[in-house]
Design a protein around this ligand. Structure first.
Ligand SMILES: [Mg+2]
Length: 258
């Protein structure tokens, strides 16, 4: 494999790349310190909308990587940014946990439970999902609302297994309304790539996207024109490369390669 050159910006997935649950992964602390010390820009990216950006920044800081809120991008943030650009002031109904509701409220989006008033139903990773929420989404969709989503993940890996993720919520709403989700802002969406590129103020070809999932991290980076590094500390294995939508530029056992 060719040696990895230096980039102006480094974008890191979190779970499976920087840490695994509450366990920091080999090389992460030293690498981020070294990159910052040499003037490189760093951003952290997560598809998980169930924590706020502040919570991610706190977790990283606690693990030895001092992080500012502005260096973290997750899908509740990207969804709010997308709505601001494409549907300012729209009335929304998030099928989600509290952090997304808080971000929407803070950005001034009215939250409604009334069909006919709701312009966007936002499907998300929601461990508080109920039949009542599905009913509200169903009624709103039949009254003409659009379905959008924070992230396309089928499940979220947790120690010892996984939790059903946003794909299950999207599917439930699609199934009963015979509609399709029109926008999904999470990785591998170019919406997420554009948001991080803007945050770093760098063109995609000067960034390296680092992640553990071929179908989200690597696909997003490659599609956006970034070089990519697949680390084998999380979800994807070497054997998955044959069926991957995009091949990574580099592959390594862990972050110590950088
Ligand atoms: Mg990951």
């Amino acid at each position: 494999m060719q040696p990895i050159p230096t980039y102006a910006g480094y974008i890191f997935d979190l779970d499976g790349t920087i840490y695994l649950g509450d366990q920091i992964l080999p090389g992460a602390v030293d690498l981020i310190a070294h990159l910052r010390h040499s003037g490189r820009k760093v951003a952290f990216l997560s598809n998980n909308p169930t924590k706020t950006r502040a919570q991610y920044a706190e977790k990283l800081t606690r693990m030895g990587i001092p992080t500012r809120i502005e260096e973290v991008i997750n899908t509740s943030y990207v969804m709010v940014e997308w709505l601001k650009a494409n549907a300012p002031g729209a009335s929304v109904y998030p099928v989600s946990e509290q952090p997304l509701i808080d971000e929407l409220t803070a950005a001034g989006f009215p939250i409604s439970e009334r069909a006919g008033e709701i312009q966007y139903v936002i499907a998300s990773f929601d461990r508080t999902f109920t039949y009542r929420k599905l009913q509200i989404a169903f009624d709103a969709m039949r009254a003409g609302a659009q379905l959008v989503a924070t992230n396309p993940d089928r499940f979220c890996p947790v120690p010892g297994g996984g939790e059903p993720d946003a794909a299950a919520i999207i599917a439930a709403i699609e199934a009963c309304t015979n509609t399709r989700c029109s926008v999904n802002v999470g990785k591998p969406s170019p919406i997420m790539a554009r948001t991080v590129s803007t945050l770093l103020n760098l063109p995609p070809n000067r960034c390296l996207m680092v992640g553990d999932r071929l179908h989200t991290d690597i696909a997003m980076g490659a599609e956006a024109g970034m070089d990519t590094l697949l680390v084998l500390t999380g979800d994807s294995r070497r054997s998955d490369l044959a069926t991957a939508p995009y091949q990574p530029t580099y592959i390594a056992e862990d972050l110590r390669i950088l």
